[in-house]
Design a protein around this ligand. Structure first.
Ligand SMILES: [Zn+2]
Length: 294
């Protein structure tokens, strides 16, 4: 079964991996937008939750296999699975196997931020461990350097009362112990054609990833615009720590996306994982034009 969508971007290949899904409270997903409005955009289940996909992006260059935000992973308790209606299917390993590669072939991993829905799959339970006793947690991508903003790392290792439900230390500390983390500070190039830019907003050091090849540009927006339903500038989520910053950054990024015809990649959209930002004919609003996969 071929579920992985692909775009060729200049010399690079972009693969959109859908690594399972989870359900979050609809009010949390749409922040200040009343349900009477957002219920027209998306289905809510009997507990008022809406479905979010966990979309990763794999970039294959001549030199590297680069993975952005590998997704939820499977280290969840029964209680967590129930609260978030977590479905880890297909897993990141299943998605990669469709492309004929394994997690050992990934040599660069980039995190937009360290919330569990984005990087829970950084680590996994060791197959060897005794299922009855303590289970060892090991890196999922043992041959990869994991690029994480230093500020995000610091926030994640000392969460506060509000953020502790999103930062789980077992998702990232084993990587540091294994020497697989590179903490970066500010905007920078990761390898030729791949760079990161701090946006702030969702978290203080949230970053987005630029992919450039032969004058083509794709940008993985992380949680600045998680789904196409969040295209409106004021449609920020209840999980954004700095919603006014998200709005300011959206306006700026939308203009750049239009001027440079970016393919924008969406991390949580169930229907559209990629597309273009367009302006409405009256130039007062923005719309999302889905990418037409062939
Ligand atoms: Zn997210």
């Amino acid at each position: 079964m071929n579920t992985v969508k692909k775009i060729r971007l200049g010399n690079f290949e972009l693969f959109f991996l859908r690594n399972g899904s989870f359900w979050l409270d609809g009010g949390g997903c749409f922040g200040i937008v009343p349900k009477i409005i957002w219920r027209k955009l998306v289905y809510a289940d009997e507990l008022n939750r809406v479905k979010l996909d966990s979309n990763s992006l794999l970039i294959r260059t001549d030199e590297h296999n680069i993975l952005i935000d590998p997704g939820l992973g499977n280290k969840y308790s029964e209680k967590q699975k129930k609260i978030f209606r977590i479905e880890n299917k297909p897993s990141i390993d299943q998605s990669l196997s469709e492309l004929g590669i394994t997690s050992d072939d990934i040599d660069i991993v980039i995190a937009t931020h360290l919330h569990f829905d984005h990087i829970g799959a950084f680590t996994k339970y060791d197959n060897q461990s005794d299922i009855q006793g303590d289970r060892n947690i090991v890196p999922t991508f043992p041959n990869a350097i994991h690029y994480i903003q230093k500020g995000e790392w610091q926030e994640a290792i000392s969460p506060n009362e509000r953020t502790k439900g999103t930062y789980f230390i077992t998702n990232y500390m084993p990587l540091m112990d294994a020497g697989l983390v590179k903490l970066i500070e500010g905007n920078q190039e990761i390898c030729p054609g791949i760079s990161v830019e701090i946006t702030g907003g969702h978290t203080k050091y949230h970053q987005i990833v630029f992919i450039k090849s032969q004058a083509n540009i794709a940008v993985y927006l992380g949680d600045i615009m998680p789904t196409a339903n969040h295209i409106k500038v004021a449609y920020t989520t209840g999980f954004d720590l700095y919603p006014v910053e998200v709005m300011r950054k959206k306006r700026e990024l939308y203009q750049r996306a239009i001027d440079e015809n970016w393919i924008v990649c969406l991390d949580h959209d169930s229907r559209n994982c990629a597309g273009y930002i367009r302006q409405t004919p009256d130039a007062k609003n923005y719309t999302f034009q889905p990418y037409e996969f062939t």
